[in-house]
Design a protein around this ligand. Structure first.
Ligand code: AMP
Ligand code: ZN
Length: 471
């Protein structure tokens, strides 16, 4: 497979050539764990999962690193705003450390439920403070920093290509409104590498450093951890488009200044999920989580299907109607595969036509991860008359190695669901049991309960009446 990606650095599609043949290093900016991930945040991790699965399918050995920002950073991506972790800790009456542990676990749970494979490494910012300090020291030795107001700043005027990927207009920045934000900054784009002075009183998470007790600026963690685990120059860096102008711009400047070489070859940025009512925001509290979709009766994989239905570089509008459409489409897809009646397709040899379908799918995924086309390929195969059923199932499961819809297990789950009695049948049996108990016919009442139990339905009695649940 020959991969091509649209590289945000240069804004054009280009063939993918790894630095080291057969190997790929990928770094993805991970979550800031001061709240649940919202459904928008889960888009980058889902698409990165497809990317990693596709590269592995294509024969690459992938080293995939995702950071966990468990040290406070500010409610704005610039150096202004309130510290997100402290705000959350105050609101929930927990320590910042406990907040971080709690929401890191919640994040792992979300990605597991979305069938996202765990990366080679999750690296926590709090476990890499020494690496960050060491990078800031290197930057200091090379003359890229200055100290002001107790903090260490990166001096963007010393870095020739500052803002190149984002196409930032430095003159406009200089004369723009941001100049007044922090009087300590020499240039408007400058950013803090190490804080000793917090605008928000005493920080709960602080460490000793050559510049005094304090804590790292947000951007330095990604540069320090990616360099540690992927080397000073690696293949692919991912994240949402919001990170281009500030976070990734600053990551590039400090990494290339410290390491003295090009840092990343390919930048893949996903567009946003937006609500019909506008932008979702964790810091403003108006957002949906995976759990809120589950509470509305959706399965996590319905959301994965919803995401795969759009190209990652297009904005995607979330609505309950489109979520409902994704749910029915996924169920009908599983039903169609189930109806092929194939129990084992592992040893199928591909016909020439089967090979053409697979090649077409591989082309679609390798051309900048065109997941909507890949889904269309699956439907194409299902409708195609001259492939036999076993070959169809073989092809679809093979494609699912990349799409990660977990189709094989979903079919099994549907079979279990099919074997369960319908809701109105259960209600009828509950009523019969109620009447049997009223007539003191306990043997019949128990018989009904046991019959349902065998079908995977448990009855729960309470003063409010009897309800049922699936086991
Ligand atoms: P955060 O936890 O805020 O640092 O965000 C985690 C990831 O989600 C980053 O890669 C962001 O760029 C991305 N992101 C944030 N909001 C959205 C959204 N509404 N749609 C898609 N990606 C988003
Ligand atoms: Zn980052």
């Amino acid at each position: 497979m020959e991969f091509r990606f649209v590289n945000s650095d240069g804004r054009k599609e280009m063939p993918f050539e790894p630095i080291e043949p057969g190997k790929v290093g990928i770094y993805c900016c991970g979550p800031t764990v001061y709240n649940y991930a919202h459904i928008g945040n889960l888009r980058p991790y889902t698409i990165q999962d497809v990317l990693v699965r596709a590269l592995k399918y294509g024969g690459f050995e992938v080293n995939h690193v995702v950071n966990i920002t468990d040290v406070g950073h500010l409610t704005s991506d610039g150096d202004d705003g309130e510290d997100k972790m402290i705000k959350a800790a105050r609101e929930k009456g927990m320590s910042v450390w406990d907040i971080a542990i709690f929401f890191t676990k919640a994040f792992y749970n979300d990605i597991d439920r979305l069938n996202i494979q765990r990366p080679s490494r999750f690296s926590k910012a709090t476990e890499h403070i020494e690496d960050m300090i060491s990078m800031v020291k290197t930057l200091e030795d090379k003359g890229f920093t200055y100290q002001a107001g107790g903090n260490v700043y990166f001096d963007t005027s010393q870095f020739k290509d500052y803002g190149k990927m984002a196409n930032l207009d430095m003159d406009a920045l200089k004369h723009g409104a941001r100049v007044a934000v922090d009087n300590n900054k020499k240039n408007p784009g400058d950013f803090v590498l190490w804080f000793t002075e917090s605008k928000f009183g005493k920080q709960a998470m602080t460490w000793d450093s050559p510049w005094g007790v304090g804590y790292p600026g947000w951007h330095i963690e990604c540069s320090a951890m990616s360099t540690k685990y992927l080397g000073p120059h690696f293949d692919i860096h991912c994240g949402g488009v919001d990170h281009i102008p500030v976070h990734h711009t600053n990551e590039i400047a400090q990494s290339e200044a410290a390491n003295g070489c090009k840092w990343v070859n390919y930048w893949l940025h996903n567009e946003f999920i937006i609500m019909k009512s506008g932008k979702m925001s964790k810091s403003k509290g108006n957002f949906l989580t995976l759990q809120s979709l589950i509470d509305e009766g959706y399965e996590p994989l319905d959301y994965r299907y919803f995401l795969l239905g759009a190209h990652y570089r297009s904005q995607l509008i979330f609505s309950w109607e489109s979520m409902g459409a994704a749910k029915s489409a996924r169920k009908s897809l599983i039903r169609k595969i189930q109806n092929l009646g194939v129990t084992n397709s592992s040893d199928v040899g591909l016909s020439d036509e089967g090979k053409i379908w697979l090649e077409q799918f591989e082309n679609h995924i390798s051309q900048d991860l065109n997941t909507p086309r890949c889904l269309a390929d699956i439907y194409g195969i299902l409708k195609y008359p001259s492939l036999d059923n076993r070959e169809k199932v073989y092809l679809i499961f093979k494609m699912d190695e990349i799409l990660g819809l977990d189709l094989e297990r979903s079919i099994e789950a549907l079979e279990v669901e099919d074997s369960l009695p319908m809701d109105d049948e259960i209600t009828k049996l509950i009523q019969e049991r109620y009447e049997a108990r009223n007539n003191k016919n306990f043997a019949q009442a128990d018989e009904i309960r046991d019959k349902l139990l065998k079908q995977g339905i448990r009855l729960v009695d309470s003063p409010e009446g009897t309800r049922w649940e699936k086991i």
